[in-house]
Design a protein around this ligand. Structure first.
Ligand code: FA5
Length: 350
């Protein structure tokens, strides 16, 4: 029996030394330690031994079993380690200090167009103002000559908070605050009010290729003595020729907004279809881009400015639509989609 144990130990060691893969190692384990394995078989032979012999033989077989099991698991670790080293050696060498090949980030087309407009108006002496997205009913409507229950509110249904405030439906909502901010400099120092205020607007809107429920406008106002429609037309023309840098067809037609008198709709010929009509322009060939007009006396009064002494113009440029026309985006919803693949094509060098 002693002899058998010695032989088995030697046999296992010889086989382990030869093995170089996990599958062979598993076969060795089964051949020696499995239910019908050689070491397990030794235990079955114990029934022929005396009680005294059984005790010492059983102890020796168990020692052999533990020893073989330990050797197999050590060998398994060695093989795994070798496998990892082999895989690492097979990998191509690379320079960890090389810059990663990542997609370059880009500005959103609306940001690009907004910055361009800001640059143009700043160069003409306008300040750029920031304004809250959550405003009061007074700011968004009442101060703009739109009392409660006025039908003009229907066009600008928006999202209301429980405290009565609302998400602004138009950047005109900042007009009153701007007049109040700059009126003293106008009245006491003769400094004209020249401000633009871009911002996000919200409307409870059925969306289509040219309407979104969240979009950007850029409001502009100028107030001084003797401001007339000619001033308004000059600034509108300059802005459009600077943004598009090519001839575009524009039309000015009467438009009604309670906060301007007279009021105009400034449309541009659709640059997606060249004026033939398509979903982007509701098949009319024209796109409403920048309503404008002379500021209503009641609105100036609400801002603390005497309409007998001062006049002014205001406009509400549809920035999102401008981005569509400038970059040939057929569907306004693509601009809010967050689809990086389609938005990244507008990357510029800024
Ligand atoms: C206004 O919002 C007025 N506050 C503009 C104004 C300012 C008039 C100052 C006079 C003086 P309107 O609702 O038409 O007007 O919107 C102005 C522009 O915003 C539109 O011409 C259009 O370009 C854009 N716009 C309006 N609604 C949407 C919408 N749902 N999705 C995308 N753009 C829109």
């Amino acid at each position: 029996m002693e002899e058998k144990i010695k032989d088995l130990r030697a046999a296992v060691e010889a086989e382990l030394a030869k093995t170089d893969n996990a599958a062979d190692l598993e076969s060795i384990r089964v051949a020696y330690l499995g239910k019908k394995g050689s070491i397990t078989d030794l235990l079955k032979e114990m029934k022929n031994l005396s009680n005294e012999e059984k005790k010492s033989f059983g102890q020796k077989v168990n020692e052999l079993k533990n020893e073989v099991s330990e050797k197999i698991s050590v060998k398994m670790q060695e093989l795994k380690q070798k496998e990892i080293e082999k895989e690492l050696n097979a990998m191509p060498e690379f320079d960890v200090s090389m810059p990663a090949k990542l997609d370059r980030g880009s500005y959103h087309p609306i940001t690009l167009v907004q910055r361009e407009c800001e640059k143009i108006f700043k160069s003409m002496g306008f300040t750029v103002e920031d304004y809250s997205e959550v405003v009061t009913d007074y700011e968004c409507f009442e101060s703009l000559n739109i009392p409660k229950h006025h039908p003009a509110r229907d066009m600008q249904d928006t999202y209301y908070l429980e405290n009565g405030q609302l998400l602004k439906s138009q950047t005109s909502a900042a007009q009153n605050a701007i007049y109040k901010k700059y009126k003293d400099a106008l009245i006491n120092e003769g400094k004209p009010i020249k401000a633009i205020f871009p911002g996000r607007c919200f409307r409870n809107e059925a969306t289509d290729a040219c309407h979104e429920n969240t979009f950007f406008q850029m409001e502009g106002v100028m107030v001084d003595k003797n401001i007339s429609i000619s001033n308004l037309i000059f600034f509108m023309k300059t802005m459009l020729s600077e943004v598009f840098r090519k001839d575009i067809k524009v039309r000015l037609r009467p438009g009604f907004f309670p906060f301007v008198e007279p009021g105009f709709e400034l449309d541009i010929s659709c640059l997606i279809c060249g004026g033939d009509g398509c979903p982007s322009c509701k098949h009319s060939g024209w796109l409403e881009l920048c309503p404008c007009g002379m500021i209503h006396p009641e609105v100036l009064k609400a801002g603390g400015i005497d309409p007998e002494e001062y006049t002014g113009f205001a406009f509400g440029l549809g920035l999102t639509r401008l981005a569509m026309m400038k970059y040939g985006v057929k569907d306004i919803r693509d601009l809010n989609s967050g689809n990086l693949k389609s938005l990244s094509q507008f990357t510029d060098d800024e």
